[in-house]
Design a protein around this ligand. Structure first.
Ligand code: FPP
Length: 261
């Protein structure tokens, strides 16, 4: 079965958005949302579809959520598309994911450009096949000066590796005499992470009911609010996002301080 056929079939099964809900007021919305898009496989299994159909439907959900984040003027959206651990999946599933990711960038790039979306890849692209790597680098390059939604896509990404990479870069600068150990601060460390000068994550949403961080943005989520949505990612839509934004708006973020009276 071709990817396009699977995608067409998967589209038919996806939960539709009613589009009659409203998000909370702008000042109560998070500036940076991170998504762990989990549950594609279980979504497919429940419908007796191949896992690849789950990933195809997951791509549809992603398209809708990018549009919603753009509409709600969210500043940064980070997604976990492929972890360093995902290489251990069966070869045909890895291949399907690669194909979907490349196809997505090739087909969406014009709309993303039009919306002013800036794509940044978080992770090590060296392990990717040439065609995929080139498509990803081109998408990143083409959108780098855009001023709209910042879309961070974690690919072959691991949070611990990101921290080690930053520590190595800072150590090297110290050894070369470009900085002193005392210059290492939250700010200088952050600048060596993939997200560089982005604001830390305000809200992390993991779908499918699993309650773990799974090595995602360990540095950037230090004070993030976390929502574990029970919905499988392919069923996550604009309405679900609005519901979660209201949950976020109702939280009391104190960052370790006591509440202001
Ligand atoms: C987790 O579901 C999902 C992934 C490992 C991949 C996420 C990828 C997409 C949503 C598709 C396309 C991405 C882009 C950037 C176009 P799972 O397979 O672990 O589900 P399960 O836990 O139910 O088995």
């Amino acid at each position: 079965m071709k990817i396009s056929d699977i995608a067409r079939a998967a589209k038919l099964f996806r939960k539709k958005t009613k589009a009659d809900l409203l998000p909370p007021p702008a000042e109560k919305r998070p500036r940076h949302i991170a998504f762990i898009m989990d549950g594609n496989g279980r979504w497919a299994k429940k419908r007796s579809l191949p896992r690849s159909a789950g990933h195809a439907a997951g791509t549809e959900a992603l398209r809708e959520i990018i549009r919603a984040c753009d509409e709600f003027k969210i500043e940064i959206m980070s997604i976990y598309a492929f972890s360093t651990e995902n290489w251990n999946r069966p070869a045909d599933e890895v291949q399907t994911l690669m194909k979907l990711i490349t196809k997505y960038f090739l087909s969406e790039i014009d709309e993303l450009m039009e919306k002013g979306v800036r794509i940044r890849i978080l992770g090590d692209l060296d392990a990717f096949p040439d065609e995929q790597r080139q498509a990803l680098i081109t998408a990143q390059e083409r959108t780098k000066d855009n001023k709209g939604l910042k879309l961070n896509i974690a690919l072959n990404y691991g949070g611990r590796m990101e921290i080690i990479r930053a520590a190595r870069a800072l150590s090297e600068k110290c050894v070369k005499g470009e900085m002193k150990p005392d210059d290492i601060s939250v700010e200088t460390f952050s600048l060596e992470t993939y997200t560089k000068d982005d604001k830390d994550v305000d809200l992390l949403i993991r779908t499918s009911g699993e309650k773990r961080l799974s090595n995602f943005l360990l540095w950037q989520t230090w004070y993030a609010e976390i929502i574990f949505s029970p919905v499988y990612w392919p069923d996550y839509n604009r309405d679900e996002l609005i519901k979660d934004l209201h949950e976020y708006a109702s939280r009391d973020r104190r960052f370790g301080k006591v509440k202001d009276k």
